[in-house]
Design a protein around this ligand. Structure first.
Ligand SMILES: *Cc1c(COP(=O)(O)O)cnc(C)c1O
Length: 363
């Protein structure tokens, strides 16, 4: 089989050039005589790899000097607990905006550690939009406010950055990190499972403002303590070595594409192609509020579950794979992260037109 256009929400496509470099370096990394997969994480060669990956990510995302970058394991889901363990250390209050399943899970996890409060939720509307929240809606003495910036399952994204005053804003960026430039200074902490947009599964990136470190609760497991990880430069134990190497290669590739401003433009162009088509016809329904539309995950459905199923199957035969919507919402979802070429979205739109013409609705 040829390489397909993979619309998976994650793990997802990686740039082909990155895979080619990784393949070429697989057996013997830059004359070291070993594969990165076999290397001691304490070796000078690997030290160059991990330091290089951090340097490149910092340059790419313009991460300010007073923020630490941590390379962790356990996925974004582990951060649902790590964030309260490290930051819920003052009033033991935390405010959450519920904009989808992941932010709801984070909220449920937070309940174990203190007084959590759901400031707003779009659950009643099937999470089809991102709640708009004002500074007065938050508790001024909360230890942090948590949001999920891009809601992978529903295809929504925050159209604004909430103003939380002096309360640190914590954001799950798993499915939109490095898709466009972001103003890191507006956040106290950003975390992301890497497998959506920047590396293979197994690596979680945390970007945290230095003044938030050092006050973890006494019961915090050492492995979840940001300060321990920061002090040991993510080498308290064996880090996810190969994923960090891949992150470095992805950063090189992103830089070569023109960096974050070029990626934003490219991602907007890809998303517009699909949204413009969705808005131009009536066969497919785009369920998300326009202002809340995600650039990375685009959801749509026919309104007939049997047709949706046929769509996903027929698409697969055309080399357009993983278009099935999340099991909790059904329908279709096209995840079009950085590595998805424009041609992939073009092919998808052509397929959608063709499918609609060949499968008229009976109800
Ligand atoms: C995928 C995803 C998660 C879960 O990530 P894991 O790494 O599987 O724990 C959490 N939040 C968002 C926004 C996601 O897209």
């Amino acid at each position: 089989m040829e390489r397909v256009y993979n619309f998976s929400a994650g793990p997802s496509m990686l740039p082909q050039e990155v895979l080619e470099i990784a393949a070429a370096e697989m057996l013997n990394y830059q004359g070291s005589g070993t594969s990165v997969l076999e290397m001691s994480h304490r070796s000078p060669v690997y030290d160059g790899i991990i330091k290089g990956a951090e340097r490149k990510l910092r340059a790419l995302l313009e991460i300010p000097d007073n923020y630490k970058v941590l390379f962790l394991q356990g996925g974004a889901s582990t951060q649902f607990a790590a964030v309260p363990l490290n930051l819920m250390n003052g009033s033991k209050k935390a405010d959450y905006i519920l904009s989808g399943q992941f932010s709801s899970k984070a909220y449920e996890e937070g309940k174990k550690y203190g007084d959590v409060y759901a400031v707003a939720s779009s659950k009643e509307a099937g999470f089809s939009y991102v709640p708009r929240v004002k500074k007065e809606d938050f508790r001024a003495d909360a230890d942090f406010v948590h949001i999920c910036f891009n809601n992978t399952i529903y295809g929504t994204k925050f159209p604004y950055i909430p103003d939380t005053g002096d309360v640190p804003l914590v954001a799950d960026f798993s499915s939109c990190i490095a898709s466009e430039s972001m103003d890191i200074k507006k956040f106290g902490l950003i975390y992301a499972g890497a497998q959506k947009n920047i590396a293979p599964a197994g690596l979680t990136v945390v970007i945290v403002r230095e003044d938030l470190l050092g006050n973890a609760r006494a019961e915090t497991p050492t492995m979840l303590n940001y300060k321990v990880m920061a002090d040991s430069e993510s080498m308290y134990n064996t880090p996810p070595c190969y994923c960090i190497y891949m992150l470095g290669l992805v950063c090189d590739w992103l830089e070569k594409q023109g960096g974050m401003s070029a990626m934003k433009e490219r991602n907007q162009r890809k998303a517009a192609l699909l949204y413009d088509y969705l808005d131009s016809q009536s066969y497919y329904i785009a369920p998300v509020e326009k202002e809340s539309r995600s650039m990375m995950n685009i959801t749509f459905l026919t309104g007939d579950a049997a047709l949706d199923k046929a769509f996903v199957q027929a698409a697969e035969k055309e080399g357009l794979i993983n278009l099935k919507g999340h099991r909790s919402v059904g329908g279709m979802r096209a995840s079009i992260y950085n590595a998805m070429p424009y041609e992939g979205v073009e092919k998808l739109v052509r397929f959608m037109q063709d499918f609609a013409a060949k499968n008229p609705k009976t109800k």
